[in-house]
Design a protein around this ligand. Structure first.
Ligand code: PLP
Length: 404
């Protein structure tokens, strides 16, 4: 195959120099220029290989260059990529049906990103509340949460570092601390239109919310006729070893709305809101929409992903449990490891010191992971991870920890 002339710079340094001259300086990237990937492995511009344990922050669910995904993208790109929501195409309906059947909810809406899914959920909460009373527009959210970067989603994000430069944000949001149940009880009332919870807090450091707390949220939402939203943009769609993290508990705790995005289209931008009939009724024709959302290409890829997911789920549970156990072994060896927590293929390793610098150490060992919440090494590997790759990861982590 001859290579096409593309306007890219030749060396890693040239790539970084061009970006630093012309890009908004909002990211502090690691000095790594990626070129291609295969399975759980990524290759940089100089041909060095890295085991991908973060998968584009939980997005590349089937790793890189998955043959079935690549084939479907080629095929669909040659037929129809986008047609707007003025018309029908073949793929939104079947995908919505899968989302409804796996979630236990009734209706889906497609958008392009996590934050856009949260924005839609905010509109549903507000519309639901206002139909009952003009004062019923408050939303209760959790401290240490992350719901996205647009103004509405940011207003629900309970971490000052993301918010402080952009205030004033959307009014009417009350934050409660996970450990303060009386305050939670007090915060929810007549004026509450909705409660939003990340079932497993991701950016906040991989903190699973307890089933007791989730049940309390369900009860309070019901008592005050508020909508309960679970944000499973990071922790949903198979990653926790179940379709949704709220299904990990027995009996499952159903939300009124679940927001989704990251892994659903294997790297293509696609988000979704899935709602029960009650929540879905808050939106009438004309009240909400999107130009790009739910395009034919993204939806077809998501359908292919779901076709693969069912076969993959047993392996994900097995490899996730194995990874967890091996990390627990490291915890027993290194006293600075305070905790290992998570479900399935969403695992956090908490250290008793700020550990951002370990990301660079990981890169030297050929491992890509990130650090969130200052002290938590976060693993969000592709769903196709194997035991053999876990062994490689553990060997590399062991070398890193030995140098600490
Ligand atoms: C990533 C994330 C978002 C925001 O998603 P974007 O696609 O970056 O807008 C919202 N909520 C949770 C829980 C997330 O992890």
């Amino acid at each position: 195959m001859t290579s096409l002339p593309v306007h890219t710079a030749a060396s890693a340094q040239a790539v970084m120099d061009l970006e630093s001259a012309y890009l908004l300086q909002n990211y502090s990237r690691y000095p790594l220029v990626l070129k291609r990937g295969k399975g759980c492995w990524l290759y940089d511009i100089d041909g060095r290989r890295y085991l991908d344990l973060i998968s584009g922050i939980g997005v590349n669910s089937l790793g890189h260059a998955h043959p079935r995904i690549t084939r479907v993208i080629r095929e669909q790109a040659a037929r129809l990529i986008h047609s707007s929501n003025l018309y029908y195409h073949e793929f939104q309906g079947p995908l919505a049906k899968i989302l409804c059947e796996t979630s236990g909810l009734d209706r889906a809406f497609f958008c392009n990103s996590g934050t856009e899914a949260v924005e839609g959920a905010i509109k549903m909460m507000h519309a639901h509340g206002r139909r009952i009373s003009p004062e019923k527009t408050e939303i209760v959210a959790l401290e240490n949460s992350f719901h996205g970067r647009t103004i509405g989603a940011l207003s629900l994000t309970g971490q000052p570092k993301y918010r402080q430069d952009f205030e004033p944000l959307m009014p009417g949001v009350r934050f409660v601390n996970l450990c303060d149940e009386p305050a939670f009880e007090q915060a929810v009332g007549e004026r509450t239109a909705g409660i939003i919870v990340e079932t497993i807090q991701g950016e906040g450091g991989i903190y699973p919310i307890s089933p007791q707390w989730l049940r309390r949220a369900r009860e309070l939402a019901d008592r005050h006729n508020a909508l309960l939203v679970f944000d499973e943009i990071q922790c949903g769609i198979g990653r926790p070893g179940a379709h949704f993290a709220y299904q990990l508990h027995e009996p499952p705790i159903l939300p009124d709305i679940v927001t989704l995005a990251k892994p659903i289209a294997c790297g293509l931008p696609l988000g979704a809101i899935v709602a029960n009939t009650k929540a879905a009724q808050s939106i009438a024709p004309g009240m909400h929409g999107t130009t790009f959302g739910g395009g034919a290409l993204a939806c077809r890829v998501a359908l292919e992903f779901y076709d693969i997911l069912d076969e993959l789920m047993p392996q994900m549970r097995r490899v996730g449990a194995y990874f967890f156990e091996r990390l627990k072994q490291l915890q027993r060896r290194y006293s600075f490891i305070r905790d290992v927590r998570g479900f399935g293929l969403m695992i956090g390793v908490e250290t008793d010191f700020p550990c951002k610098h370990l990301v660079a150490e990981g890169m030297k060992e050929g491992l890509l992971f990130n650090v969130t919440h200052d002290r938590v090494i976060r693993m969000l590997p592709p769903y196709i991870l194997t035991e053999k790759e876990v062994n490689k990861a553990i060997a590399g982590l062991n070398r890193i920890f030995r140098r600490v």
